[in-house]
Write a protein that binds this ligand. Structure first.
Ligand code: DON
Length: 582
């Protein structure tokens, strides 16, 4: 038996030697790295408050949200104010030119979910990123005007406010107008990001944006965004019409004409967000409430948590080899399902119930060995029962009444398409890259897909965003979400396990090192120090390939309701994130 294992290992090594030298090099680098770095403190407790908490990607936006709550606004009011403020001070993901998803739970226990995802323009078509030979034209779906979907953020915020807001709309947009008009100091990380993107901002813009007025940005420099302030003022004064009609819409269409994009006046006028029934699932003591399609996040998270509850992960220990191996094997299968079965439910019959059926989920794990990694090529999507009928940022908020909101919003990658709407001062998303531009062709996150996520006019592209709320024994327990493209799902999954299985405080659970597997490519992305040296070695022995991920996996924002009813914030140390509250 042992001899067979050694033979198998030697066979695998020979294969790797033949064609995968670079993977072996990254593996060695990874193992070396595991021994050197302990990661962040998993026992750390974050900010604890009595009544209200806001956790966002930037200290200024957390303060904007907390100030709204102090003035008597509810969680939704704070969320609207934070969304617009993020569009100013955190422009790599905060946005008005992108979209997002949110899940909310009111203090009476009722829940709702809003899909304000971008849509493909009406003139989009299935092969729009292919050349005459059917080959993918690199970058066309990722940078520049053609990469942009029709933005959903402003319409989403208007809908959210109309249904659940309590303060006047203008008062919620005003903090963002002021931040843009007066300017704000750049953090070290933001200054670096603006410098790193300088050449793309020059290359992809038809008019020079404010972001490149200076040669090099430095920490503490004031960034003033006058054109954006005027656009936000139009949104403040006219609501939806301040973006989808009139001057802003005309500027978007003019930008498209100058840069060869296809978003039209009609696309803007027709955009509508959609209220959706949140996905719910009981996992042990916890009721998980998360985002349904067109995000894959809720389905994948519920599948992963359902699998995890069948194994004694607490006894095995956090990030012990057996725990990590089991989680990776589950992720491999769940992401294979995602690639095959999930897309915009308005265009494709997503077998949601089949994918979440407990017997189906259990059947997916039947061929898992606890000793050997499965080859992803040997794993295909499952066959769930068919339906009966037909650079992102996350923020979490709890208000003094106990209303909670979990919001993930994005331009897709950092600074989206890199295209600013000339004269309007905001960036457009590059969300078209989240479609499967050609079956089997990986997108920028390495995700593959097929028919379910093919491009069609007005269709929403598949997402991994996973805004989530957990109840414990019927009470609000955890608000969580993250950025990170395909790694969002596994980031949220790991943080939930860290809290509910490994008993970490909120901050410790967010700090804890992360790893990620998404079926294809067939390797584990691993933060420096996330797995100890021993675990790394044992995983390698089981046949896993490990690639170190510098710069971190995901950036999460969580709030935990402690047993005494107080709130603990978990702000991600991977960014400038901050918690604020009272
Ligand atoms: O919707 C999605 O899944 C992606 N557009 C999210 C992008 C993201 O998280 C960027 N951060 N790295």
């Amino acid at each position: 038996m042992r001899c067979n294992r050694v033979k198998n290992r030697i066979h695998t090594l020979k294969k790797e030697r033949a064609g995968l030298t670079f993977i072996r090099i990254t593996l060695i680098l990874a193992i070396i790295s595991f021994s050197g770095c302990a990661g962040w403190d998993t026992n750390e407790t974050g900010l604890v408050t009595d009544k209200a908490m806001v956790v966002t990607a930037h200290p200024l936006t957390s303060e904007v949200g907390a100030a709204i709550l102090r003035r008597g606004g509810n969680a939704v009011d704070a969320a609207v104010a934070v969304q617009f403020a993020l569009a100013v001070v955190y422009p790599d993901a905060g946005n008005i030119g992108g979209g997002g998803f949110l899940v909310l739970r009111q203090q009476d226990g009722s829940v709702d979910a809003l899909d304000y995802r971008e849509k493909a323009p009406g003139n989009a078509h299935r092969d729009m990123y292919l050349d005459a030979q059917g080959n993918v034209i690199t970058e066309l779906s990722f940078k520049g005007h053609l990469a942009a979907g029709v933005p959903g953020t402003v319409a989403g915020m208007v809908q959210l406010h109309q249904k659940y807001g309590s303060m006047p709309w203008a008062e919620l947009v005003q903090p963002a107008v002021e931040l843009a008009a007066k300017g704000f100091p750049l953090t070290r990380k933001e200054a670096k990001k603006l410098n790193d993107e300088r050449s793309d901002f020059i290359k992809y813009n038809t008019q020079r944006p404010a972001f490149i007025l200076q040669d090099r940005w430095r920490e503490g420099d004031t960034l003033r965004l006058r054109e954006l302030a005027y656009t936000l003022a139009r949104i403040r004064d006219q609501g939806r019409a301040g973006f989808y009609e009139g001057e802003t819409a005309a500027r978007i269409v003019a930008e498209m004409e100058r840069g060869g994009g296809i978003i039209s006046k009609e696309d803007l006028a027709a955009y509508r967000p959609v209220w959706r029934e949140p996905l719910r699932g009981q996992v042990g003591d916890y009721q998980v409430i998360s985002m349904p399609p067109p995000s894959s996040g809720g389905i994948a998270l519920l599948q992963l948590l359902n699998i995890a509850q069948n194994y004694p992960l607490e006894d095995w220990g956090w990030n012990a080899a057996r725990t990590a191996h089991l989680m990776v094997e589950a992720e491999r299968r769940v992401y294979a399902d995602r690639a095959r079965h999930v897309g915009d439910p308005d265009y494709y019959d997503v077998p949601v119930a089949g994918l979440l059926d407990t017997a189906y989920i259990r059947s997916r794990m039947r061929d898992v060995s606890l000793d050997r990694a499965t080859d992803s090529d040997a794993v295909a999507a499952g066959a769930p029962a068919p339906p009966e009928s037909p650079n992102t940022t996350h923020y979490s908020i709890v208000d003094p009444e106990g209303n909670a909101i979990s919001v993930t919003t994005t331009l897709n990658s950092s600074f989206g398409s890199k295209v600013f709407v000339g004269g309007a001062g905001f960036l457009l998303n590059n969300e078209m890259d989240d479609f499967s531009v050609k079956p089997g062709h990986p997108n920028s996150y390495g995700l593959v897909g097929g028919e379910a996520n093919a491009i069609a006019p007005d269709k929403r592209m598949l997402s991994s965003m996973t805004p989530t709320i957990l109840e414990k024994n019927g009470q609000l327990h955890l608000i969580i979400g993250s950025m990170g493209g395909s790694t969002i799902i596994t980031t949220v999954y790991q943080i939930i396990l860290n809290v509910t299985v490994h008993n970490m405080p909120m901050q410790g659970a967010v700090n804890a090192g992360r790893f990620h597997h998404q079926w294809k490519p067939d390797w584990i992305l691993c933060e420096w120090g996330a797995l100890g040296f021993g675990t790394g070695l044992k995983m390698w022995w089981r046949g896993h390939r490990i690639a170190p991920k510098s710069g971190g996996i995901g950036r999460a924002a969580g709030i935990l309701v402690r047993p005494d009813g107080r709130l603990e914030g978990g702000a991600d140390p991977r960014g400038d994130d901050a918690a604020a509250g009272f």
